[in-house]
Design a protein around this ligand. Structure first.
Ligand SMILES: [Zn+2]
Length: 171
């Protein structure tokens, strides 16, 4: 069995945006590109704490980051003598919250040809690395490749960026 310890930057596969394929989903990638369309920063629930309005018990629910709505306790309040399906109140201080920021990464072609479409990769920055990269700066973005639902049975590649690598001077 392979050692699944803490992954270091060197474990990331360096790849160009136009070479990304479905085979890379779930892998840690290092993507070189230009930061663009950097959004405002916001928060994401990793775990949400729901307080039962009937008995006061707190039930924590790990959130699926691909779901649009906050997921309430499926089995209702976890207090054995209650078990009601709510109503619940979300307690931010008891929840586990993540700082996040959306970003697009633009590829930087070695030898750009006339009329060539510049490819981009959607991403989200997590934790301390939000608000570090600025618009049009060139960085190595490191994180796990996943995908998000665009609707109409199409999914787009999506990089969950948890590390920033080297910063490059603009060309
Ligand atoms: Zn309850």
């Amino acid at each position: 069995m392979k050692n699944k310890g803490v992954m270091k930057m060197t474990d990331a596969l360096k790849i160009d945006i136009d070479k990304i394929r479905v085979e890379h989903i779930g892998k840690k990638l290092k993507v070189h590109g230009k930061a663009t369309r950097i959004g405002t920063h916001y928060l994401e629930f990793k775990t949400a704490a729901f307080q039962c309005m009937r008995c006061g018990h707190i039930t924590k629910v790990e959130q699926d980051q691909d779901q649009v709505l906050l997921q309430e306790p499926i089995g209702g309040c976890e207090n054995d003598i209650c078990g009601k399906k709510g109503p619940f109140k979300v307690l931010p201080k008891e929840s586990e919250l993540l700082n996040v920021q959306d970003i697009s990464i633009l590829e930087i072609p070695e030898n750009p040809k006339n009329g060539q479409i510049i490819k981009s990769l959607q991403g989200r920055l997590y934790g301390d690395i939000i608000c570090v990269a600025q618009e049009n700066e060139i960085w190595d973005f490191i994180g796990e490749l996943t995908f998000s639902d665009m609707g109409k049975k199409r999914h787009e590649f999506f990089l969950k960026i948890t590390e920033l690598g080297d910063k490059y001077s603009n060309r």
